[in-house]
Design a protein. Structure first.
Length: 260
């Protein structure tokens, strides 16, 4: 049976971990290295680290911090934040990252996807797309940590990223970020049904059933979440957690979906 990857997403701000709601009001939740140690013990499938201020501040995610994470992590991880050129990608891969996540520059400079995929391989290049729903029910891509609106439809952006050589797409709902009310299934499915590369659902997961919905209803190949794996209980006490392998197997064993 195919089991989707379950991926904690950790947001970086000033080298600390934060959690946002709809990309606003970042709340400090701890030290990234301590989080890595716990996730090592929990045997997570993969980790994603995103520096949420890097693009707006005109810098990239800290290479030194990535080295520290790489020294501690026994699991694959991807990093993103302010990445603008091949040289930065090379430094981050050498620092220990397995995947490089490109967001703003995937829209402003899409040739970076093609160039980096040719040099480092598509498996290392992930394009992350942040989208908001409009009042008409359609979706628009936003960049610069959700602060700048584009004219692009996320499906079109995903198809272009795939055609340029991206090996994976992360689709994130800005509206549902941190709400723990569930994924935007319509948004996820629209991407997954139109590209032939793996799609990672992100934004809104609050319980294990939401992960299941993202897979079976949204057709996502992997399920990512932030709040689900760092909060516990109705008061959102900080408690890093992750489902056991037996829980994951039971969760996705209720139905069988055939993946091409």
């Amino acid at each position: 049976m195919f089991l989707p990857r379950i991926i904690p997403v950790l947001l970086l701000r000033n080298k600390g971990l934060v959690k946002t709601v709809s990309f606003k009001n970042p709340r400090y939740i701890g030290d990234p290295i301590n989080a890595v140690k716990i996730f090592n013990d929990l045997k997570v499938d993969e980790l994603i680290f995103l520096d949420i201020n890097a693009s707006k501040e005109g810098r990239t995610v800290s290479v030194d911090l990535v080295k520290d994470i790489g020294d501690e992590a026994f699991i694959p991880f991807g990093v993103g934040g302010g990445i603008k050129n091949v040289s930065q990608i090379e430094h981050l891969l050498k620092a220990g990252a397995e995947k490089i996540i490109i967001n703003t520059q995937a829209i402003l400079n899409p040739k970076l996807i093609e160039e980096s995929a040719k040099i480092f391989g598509s498996q290392s290049i992930v394009v992350s797309i942040d989208a908001r729903k409009t009042f008409t029910g359609s979706y628009i891509v936003w960049i610069q940590d959700g602060s700048e609106k584009t004219s692009l439809n996320p499906v079109e952006a995903a198809i272009k990223a795939k055609d340029l050589g991206a090996g994976e797409i992360i689709i994130n709902s800005i509206d549902l970020d941190g709400t723990m009310n569930g994924y935007d299934i319509k948004l996820i499915k629209s991407i997954a049904d139109n590209v032939s590369i793996p799609v990672v659902a992100c934004g809104g997961a609050g319980d294990l059933e939401h992960l299941r919905e993202g897979y079976f209803d949204g057709n996502a190949h992997a399920l990512a979440a932030g709040s689900l794996f760092v909060y516990h209980g109705p008061r959102r006490a900080v408690l890093i957690n992750y489902p056991s392998k037996s829980e994951i197997t039971r969760l996705f064993n209720k139905e069988i979906r055939t993946d091409e």
